[in-house]
Design a binder for this molecule. Structure first.
Ligand SMILES: [Zn+2]
Ligand SMILES: [Zn+2]
Length: 178
């Protein structure tokens, strides 16, 4: 959904949109939609900038970090962003590394704000750093790939080398205590 600012009323512009399945392309993102998202909000003039506020409601699906099974995550994301008028011709992308601030500060061009882009970015940012189907998920066997939540495979349990290093360290420290 594109918001046109051409005939924006002085007291702001309200928007509301219920997306259809497949309307937003998530190919470049780490999640998929489980239910079609909806967005409500408003645009207000803030000096030179446009302030875009609202709420995104969606149900997204992402793979569990351990067992790769689908996890459904209902999300409600409030957003409050400022859009600066872009300088046509002076490409704003790729010139400098994205900083934290840039995530809250976007650029609009041609009197249009692309709400689709806003929604996809906000959803990507809201993804938890760790997606788990449940806290005690046992994950996949690193050797045969069996889902250990469903079956016990016959692979010999090997100590993860990282844990072994820790265990050695601990043993060494105990040694020093003596
Ligand atoms: Zn899992
Ligand atoms: Zn196995």
């Amino acid at each position: 959904m594109i918001i046109s600012l051409v005939r924006m009323p002085a007291d702001g512009l309200k928007f509301r949109h219920q997306y259809k399945a497949g309307e937003l392309d998530t190919r470049d993102f780490e999640f998929k939609f489980e239910g079609a998202p909806s967005v409500t909000g408003r645009v207000d003039r803030a000096g030179q900038d446009m302030r875009v506020r609202g709420d995104i409601n969606a149900e997204i699906a992402a793979p569990c970090d351990r067992c790769l099974n689908k996890v459904t995550i209902p999300v409600e994301i409030p957003f409050d962003l400022f859009y600066s008028p872009g300088d046509p011709g002076a490409g704003h992308a790729g010139e400098h590394e994205l900083s934290e601030r840039d995530l809250d500060f976007a650029v609009y061009e041609n009197d249009q704000i692309d709400l689709d882009e806003l929604i996809l970015e906000q959803l990507e940012l809201s993804l938890p750093s760790r997606v788990l189907c449940r806290e005690e998920c046992r994950g996949l066997c690193p050797q045969c790939g069996a889902d250990l939540n469903l079956e016990q495979c016959d692979c010999k349990a090997e100590i993860d080398p990282r844990w072994k290093a820790l265990a050695d360290l601990k043993a060494g420290m105990e040694e020093n205590d003596k």
